[in-house]
Design a protein around this ligand. Sequence first.
Ligand code: PLP
Length: 404
Amino acid sequence: MDFDALFNTQLDALREEGNYRIFAELERKCGQHPRARNYHEGQERDVTVWCSNDYLGMGHSPVVIDAMKAAIDANGAGSGGTRNISGTNHQHLLLERELADLHGKENALLFTSGYVSNWAALSTLGAKLPGAVILSDELNHASMIEGIRHARCAKKIWRHNDVEDLDRKLAECDPDAPKIVAFESVYSMDGDIAPIAEICDVAEAHGAMTYLDEVHAVGMYGPRGGGVAERDGVMDRVTLIEGTLGKAFGVLGGYITGSAALCDFVRSFASGFIFTTALPPAIAAGATASIRHLKNSPFERTKQKRQVARLRAQLDAHGIPHLDNPSHIIPVMIGDPVKCKFISDTLMDNYGIYVQPINYPTVPKGTERLRFTPGPLHSDDDIDLLVDALSDLWRQCALARAVA
Ligand code: PLP
């Protein structure tokens, strides 16, 4: 059988729809975030990155890099095993304590990524709690959806951020069934924020536990970077908070936090925790340093908010339409995969601006967009240059402007 022909048929279909993905080939320049060199197709040019999830530039922070270097010198490269068989290092425990403290929980459990933490925790909770029902927000991330699918328990999808719909769906469940309400705080593609307190009200009224993905909020919101639940003063009401170490904390890894029993339960039953090599100690040391720093330093968050507000104001002044939301994510809607890629390519080729086109299946077809994530290290000049470039392109492509 010609397997390559089978693969190519489907890849060609992606290309025809304009949904075939082409990656930039970046070389990040330490200490120069958001600058990088793009090696894509041998073109080699310096670019300013406008779509990084290293939201606060912590991946280049001397605090983090020094901690990682020291840990490599002290502990070497890898962890040496799975957590169960010789891979649990002192650095992992220090990090888990730091995370538990960040979210005001008894304990935390590390995973190799945020994706794995959602997949492993949700699949374990759904599969191992007898008669469990998972109630999932309809816009939850793929990692949560995969975890829920793998749990093979009953599930209900509630309308995005719609507390009344959640209430109705919870009322349909067996009152004695263990119910898990799974949702995110900051939704990464639209940048909207969940009403966490109201969701907790409804979940508590039905005796359900809450599972909150704060991947796009940890490090970013709340006085110590504990996320939107910290900002809203409701961390103690959320049963399980999940997060990543790979975005605002600038490193790699994922985690859950919750009661000691909950973390022990997932530790003991989740195959995605048990059967994989533990994170290198240096990664854990870097993450711990990053979290500690952001617990005490509001500087990065303050500067980042300023740059987000500045970019929004400039886009408004030039009539470039963007989704109105209360977060740090600025989606500029294009609504067509081919145009979206054209604008992204032109920004790269003519202006040295890198923003990846976001297309299906990350977002529904017809809602293709450019997703900008201004950070504290984007200068005012960077913002002016970006908005001037977008304005030129809007003119060239005859795209509709927003009316002030
Ligand atoms: N949860 C959400 C909402 C995400 O957007 C992502 C990744 O973008 C993840 C989880 C996975 O996190 P990680 O990148 O650490 O695997």
